[in-house]
Design a binder for this molecule. Structure first.
Ligand SMILES: N[C@@H](Cc1c[nH]c[nH+]1)C(=O)O
Length: 380
């Protein structure tokens, strides 16, 4: 490897292996696990008619969230385009880009439009629990409807994709991202700014509600829990969202074998979502997947003619699955001793073997599961 040279020609730079905080290399076998899991998740959605699109990693900021009816709040990692001098942003989420595609290049495509995607997203800041700033996102968006049928298709597909990836003990937390704003606008007006009420509820801080003049909201915090119990408590409050509660009940019923909870005021990560939001959790071979594996819900796509279009979708976070030990397979690699004819190697690869050819007579079969003995593949 040639050394890296300083631009002033003074000699090699000091090289370190350091990466910026929140970024990492994936090595074998985790890098292969990530690729395999992405394939499995996208195969599940492809099997249900979702066609893959591939938006760019970088675009103008407006293209990243301007096509969603409500703004997303994620801090953006930015760059300047040396070619044009214009400001660029790295995508923090692919859903906004799908909204752009649906509203522009595929505006005339028949609805409902079913699109799938997989690729990295980047954030300016890591989270408190997880400092990572780069994530591999895989997802699906159904554009043209946010009906119960559409939401059921999306949510059951997300759960099926996780099951196909080997996730066990899958659980779903359902939320109504617009509930608090709906109630504040009508049934339970508050003297404080809506943002303060949201902050108290997001922090599950019932103690802060009296000072905000918002004690009416305390039962919503207390209602959170397993779906049947939460629905009973919410229905007892006689809220003006009976159809949404019925929809949550149907969604829970569409997921037999999945633990479903309802947290009616949860809005964290659901800034652009409308009537429905959901978070997904589960376990891998190395224990519970840390934090959420994925998230989704309903939202609206903005069109340039001023109209909007309902949509529903989900994104899954492949790194969370890899970190929980999913997708790892023991490599089946066949060592070919020095001098093995290349035609033999071709035949073995055609039979499905990954081959590792010795470069010299002293090479050893490191990293291989089998050795070619001239007749057959012998297990190591
Ligand atoms: N992209 C959102 C989830 C989502 C997909 N579609 C709708 N919502 C997220 O990662 O939080």
């Amino acid at each position: 490897m040639p050394p890296a040279w300083r631009e002033d020609g003074e000699g090699p730079q000091t090289l370190t292996g350091l990466l910026p905080e929140g970024f990492r290399d994936r090595l074998p076998p985790q890098a292969e696990a990530a690729a395999a899991l992405l394939r499995t998740l996208l195969d599940t959605v492809a099997a249900r008619g979702y066609a893959r699109v591939q938006p760019p990693l970088v675009e103008f900021e407006t293209g990243l969230s301007g096509w969603l009816m409500k703004p997303a709040s994620t801090a953006l990692l930015r760059a300047t385009d040396p070619a044009s001098g214009l400001g660029l942003a790295l995508r923090p989420d692919i859903t906004g880009q799908i909204a752009r595609i649906a509203a522009t290049r595929l505006a005339d495509a028949p609805r409902p439009l079913r699109l799938a995607y997989g690729g990295p997203v980047l954030r300016a800041k890591g989270g408190q629990l997880n400092p990572a700033r780069e994530f591999l996102q895989a997802g699906a968006e159904l554009i043209g409807s946010d009906s119960l049928a559409a939401a059921t298709e999306i949510l059951t597909m997300a759960v099926a994709a996780l099951a196909a990836a080997g996730v066990t003990d899958i659980s779903v937390d359902l939320t109504l991202p617009e509930l608090v704003a709906t109630l504040a606008a009508d049934r339970w007006p508050v003297p404080c700014p809506l943002a303060d009420l949201h902050a108290a509820l997001d922090a599950k801080d019932a103690g802060a509600l009296p000072a905000l003049g918002a004690t009416a909201y305390a039962p919503l915090l207390a209602a959170a829990g397993p779906a049947a119990q939460a629905l009973a408590r919410l229905r007892a409050l006689d809220l003006p969202v009976a159809p949404q509660l019925d929809a949550l009940e149907s969604l829970a019923a569409a997921l037999p074998g999945t633990h479903v909870t309802i947290d009616p005021t949860e809005r964290h990560g659901f800034e652009y979502h409308s009537w429905l939001g959901f978070s997904l959790f589960g376990r891998g071979p190395e224990g519970a997947v840390r934090g959420e594996i994925g998230r989704g819900g309903s939202y609206a796509v903005r069109h340039s003619n001023g109209t909007s279009e309902a949509a529903v979708g989900f994104s899954l976070y492949v790194d969370a699955l890899v970190d929980a030990g999913l997708g790892i397979t023991r490599p089946r690699r066949l060592f070919l001793p020095h001098g093995t004819p290349s035609t033999t190697a071709d035949t073995l690869r055609a039979q499905g073997w990954a081959t590792v050819a010795a470069l010299s007579p002293t090479d050893t079969p490191q990293g291989c599961s089998h050795v070619w003995n001239g007749v057959e593949a012998a297990a190591l």
